[in-house]
Design a protein around this ligand. Structure first.
Ligand SMILES: Nc1ncnc2c1ncn2[C@@H]1O[C@H](COP(=O)(O)OP(=O)(O)OP(=O)(O)O)[C@@H](O)[C@H]1O
Length: 282
């Protein structure tokens, strides 16, 4: 179990050379009414070992931001740099987890987890694959279902399988888009703690999109609140808790204060987005 070290400030260096740089990024998508601007001059640096959560109204452009770092979307203007080089395509250094289960229905649980390990871009020696697959099946509570296909699993189990697949490849970056959103409260909390354990053991850099303010505070070293569409950065908040971190941070008075501050900002942006939608439907 994690233990909270609330007296230690976050130890994540936010100076020096960033691993990821969003540089004055603009994204526009074509629509029947002309180009729709989704991101509007957004700049953000992410450093090695940081856990950055993105919070903002539905449809404001958060997934688009992550998709650029994943290599799925190119900016209309500006640049997205990974270790100083423009991101042009997906790569095994970036594990992406979406809310909808990213699993292959025709493969068993064991085969799904092993899949990424077999790709030639993955550097894990073949002799270690079986052990890694077993470890993640155990961690995710899937060991008894090793030879089942996803259609025989519950929704929550399929999402745990998607997490196991992403973790097993041990990417340097985890890009997570509402990864726990479809899980029941208890499983969600267990998956959050497991993620903290994986990060503690493997030292990854994480970008998480979440609608849960509590989840963002519990997991992140920094929280980026973005505006209604087109998304810009509204505020960046440093979370004052160090790692390893555990359930007791929820009791810290600073947790409640942060929650109130972030909720207020997010509510304001939701209200702005709703006003826009009303104007669009006029
Ligand atoms: N490839 C695309 N082509 C056209 N429009 C797109 C494309 N991708 C996203 N959009 C639109 O861009 C806007 C922002 O979408 P995005 O998924 O980035 O928002 P989001 O903040 O992640 O939303 P949510 O919180 O609901 O998941 C939406 O209006 C969406 O319909």
């Amino acid at each position: 179990m994690n233990t909270a070290t609330m007296d230690n400030p976050s130890t994540h260096a936010t100076t020096g050379t960033p691993r990821v740089r969003f540089e004055d990024v603009v994204v526009e998508f074509p629509t029947a009414q002309g180009p729709m601007r989704v991101l509007d001059g957004l700049s953000l640096d992410i450093h090695q070992g940081e856990f950055v959560s993105i919070i903002g109204p539905s449809g404001c452009g958060k997934t688009t931001l992550m998709n650029m770092l994943a290599g799925f979307v190119q900016p209309t203007q500006g640049r997205v740099l990974l270790d100083g080089k423009p991101v042009t395509e997906p790569g095994p250094d970036r594990g992406v987890i979406f809310q909808e289960y990213g699993v292959f229905p025709w493969l068993t649980v064991r085969q799904n987890i092993a899949f990424g390990l077999r790709l030639s871009a993955n550097k894990t020696p073949k002799s270690g694959h079986a052990g890694i697959v077993d470890r993640y099946m155990r961690l995710m509570g899937l060991a008894d279902f090793a030879d089942h296909h996803p259609k025989h699993l519950s929704g929550g189990m399929r999402q745990r399988l998607a997490l196991a697949r992403a973790y097993a490849v041990r990417p340097e970056f985890l890009l997570m888009d509402e990864p726990f959103g479809a899980l029941d409260a208890q499983t969600r909390s267990a998956m959050q703690d497991l993620l903290l354990d994986v990060l503690q053991a493997e030292g990854k850099t994480v970008m998480l999109i979440t609608h849960s303010v509590d989840e963002a505070i519990y997991l992140s070293s920094r929280i980026v609140v973005v505006t209604a569409r087109p998304a810009r950065i509204r505020t960046v908040i440093d979370v004052p808790f160090g790692y390893p971190r555990g359930e007791s941070v929820h009791e810290d008075p600073r947790f409640a204060a942060l929650r109130a501050q972030i909720r207020e900002l997010v509510m304001q942006e939701y209200a702005a987005q709703s006003r826009q939608q009303v104007r669009l439907s006029d």
